[in-house]
Ligand binder design. Structure first.
Ligand code: HEM
Length: 119
C-alpha cells in the first residue's frame, strides 16, 4: 500500500516540528504579528497541525472552522498571505520535507488564497 505524504514525512512529530517553526517565523515578523494579537495560539497551533496533516493526506481529520470563516474577520492583505506562504514553505524545507512533497502541499495552500482573503 502506498503511503500518504503525511506518513512519508514522519507523521505527527514531523508536522508539529514544521508548525512550531512556521509560527516562530510568522510571529517574528512585525508585519504579521498584529493579525495574531487576539488569537489563542494553543488552539491555533493544534488546528494548524490537523489542517496540514489533512492536506498532506492524513489520515487525520481537521475539526476547525472552514478557511473563509476562520479568516474573514481579519481582513488579510494579499501580500501578507504570500508572506505567510513563504514562511510555511521555508518551514517545510528546513524540516527535511522532500521538495516534491513541499510542492504538493504548497499547491493545496495556494488554492486557499481566495477563501482566506475572503474573495
Ligand atoms: C496559507 C494559508 C493558511 C492556512 C492553511 C491557515 C490555516 C488556519 C487554521 C487551520 C486556522 C484555525 C481555524 C480554527 O481554529 O477554527 C487559522 C486561523 C487563523 N489564521 Fe490562518 N491560515 C492561512 C493563512 C493565514 C494568513 C495569511 C494569516 C494572517 C496574515 C492567518 C492568520 C490567522 C489567524 C490570526 C487565525 C486565528 C483567528 C482567531 O483565532 O480568531 N492565516 N488559520
Amino acid at each position: 500500500m502506498s503511503q500518504t505524504i503525511y506518513q512519508a514525512i514522519g507523521g505527527r512529530d514531523a508536522v508539529e516540528a514544521v508548525v512550531d517553526d512556521f509560527y516562530e517565523r510568522v510571529l517574528d515578523d512585525d508585519q504579521l504579528t498584529p493579525y495574531f494579537e487576539d488569537a489563542d495560539m494553543g488552539d491555533l497551533r493544534s488546528h494548524q497541525v490537523q489542517f496540514i496533516s489533512a492536506v498532506a493526506g492524513g489520515p487525520v481529520e481537521y475539526s476547525g472552522d472552514d478557511m473563509r470563516e476562520a479568516h474573514e474577520h481579519l481582513g488579510i492583505e494579499e501580500a501578507d498571505f504570500d508572506l505567510v506562504g513563504r514562511y510555511l514553505q521555508a518551514a517545510l524545507e528546513d524540516n527535511g520535507v522532500p521538495e516534491e512533497h513541499v510542492e504538493t502541499i504548497m499547491a493545496e495552500v495556494a488554492a486557499l488564497k481566495a477563501p482566506v482573503l475572503g474573495r
